[in-house]
Design a protein around this ligand. Structure first.
Ligand code: CUA
Length: 380
């Protein structure tokens, strides 16, 4: 309501600012698409904050895009309003008493004050009642958020440094991976259907956070955590990792795409599709797999070192391995080495890199691996 008031006082300026932000985000999106891999540009980082769906009010930064959003916002505004009310009350009383009981002459003595039982009771009882109200209100929303309906669509989320893998057990073979390449779609869900996420981590603690849905939950190695939501708006919404998990933490982002329920299966199949397009070369297909399956999170194609060795110039190169031996990535041996490194990455680790790549056995077919190898061969 305070924000509403501000809005009433300066609607023009606020509207303009929102419009300007939208334009900047659009430009940043374009910049991000053409930016070189490695560290993102300032524009690209700004682009991560674009919210393609309109916020409910021009002063708000976040759309209310799930059934939880309004409840969370209402409680939040209630707490803010309550805090402002008591801030004004306490500060006002303080300044008024400072003036009223100021020292009037140099020899004036402070009167003897003992205590006032009634006031002391009230200043404990009133805040206590208010806190209980906030607790019960919050608890009702919290319980709602922790109990997914039984007809929810199951989605499994795996966090790892520094990407998300999203699998659909009800739709076998459909896997999406976050990667910082447009269109950055990491999860596709139908509007108006409850979605239940079962989440775990391969390495450290991450946190799965979709601000527009007002949901956030830790993703912990060695155990499963649950989260659910029901999207109410079609559109694209930002997804963030909200737990510092290493130096690429801020790039562990993605987009949750909410679609009309009748289009859901088609769109999911389209985004998760991993078949060569008609007339597409194996190398081009491999290039798509590289970004769709998130290889790009750890392997650059421009020679820069990321979590894993760069793929640029990999074919034909002699790699020294952590065990002291070396291998020339060429011919049949080279192909076998690359295939083994995809299916069982810890078998031969390149010296200087930590053995932290997840095995892709069962996630990529022989055709996918052939395509990836064909793509690697083109990266001279
Ligand atoms: Cu994953 Cu921060």
């Amino acid at each position: 309501m305070i924000l509403n008031l501000l809005m009433m006082m300066a609607p023009e300026a606020a509207g303009k600012a929102a419009e300007g932000a939208g334009k900047a985000a659009e430009a940043a999106g374009n910049a991000a698409a053409s930016a070189a891999p490695g560290m993102p540009s300032a524009e690209a980082i700004q682009g991560l904050h674009k919210f393609p769906v309109e916020a409910p009010h021009s002063w708000a930064t976040l759309p209310q895009a799930s059934t939880f959003a309004e409840g969370v916002d209402t409680l939040y505004l209630f707490i803010v309003a309550l805090s402002v009310f008591f801030f004004v009350l306490v500060m006002g009383a303080m300044f008024w008493f400072m003036h009223k009981y100021r020292r009037l002459s140099p020899d004036q003595k402070t009167s003897s004050i003992t205590h006032n039982g009634k006031i002391e009771f009230l200043w404990s009882a009133i805040p206590a009642v208010l806190l209980v109200v906030i607790f019960i209100w919050g608890e009702i929303d919290f319980v709602k958020q922790t109990a997914p309906p039984s007809d929810a669509i199951d989605i499994r989320v795996t966090g790892q440094k520094w990407s998300w893998t999203v699998e659909y057990p009800d739709y076998p073979g459909k896997i999406l991976t976050s990667n910082n390449v447009e269109p950055r779609v990491t999860m596709i869900v139908p509007k108006g259907r409850p979605i239940r996420l079962t989440m775990t981590s391969r390495d450290v603690i991450h946190s799965f956070y979709i601000p527009a849905f007002r949901v956030k939950r830790d993703v912990v190695p060695g155990r499963y955590t649950n989260m659910w939501f029901e999207p109410t708006q079609v559109g694209e919404f930002n997804l963030f990792c909200a737990e510092y998990c290493g130096d690429q933490h801020s790039r562990m982002t993605g987009i949750v795409k909410v679609v009309e329920p009748e289009l859901f299966e088609d769109i999911l199949a389209d985004y998760a599709k991993l078949e060569p397009n008609e007339g597409e070369s194996m190398a081009d297909f491999g290039g798509r797999i590289y970004s769709i399956r998130g290889c790009n999170a750890c392997h650059s194609t421009d020679g820069s070192a990321k979590v894993g060795p760069s793929w640029k110039g990999l074919w034909g190169k002699t790699e020294s391995l952590a065990d002291g031996s070396s291998i020339t990535v060429d011919g049949a041996d080279g192909e076998n080495y690359l295939k083994e490194s995809i299916l069982d990455p810890n078998a031969k680790v390149v010296s200087g890199f930590a053995p932290q790549m997840p095995p892709y056995a069962g996630q990529l077919s022989d055709q996918h691996i052939e395509a990836l190898i064909a793509y690697i061969k083109t990266l001279k």
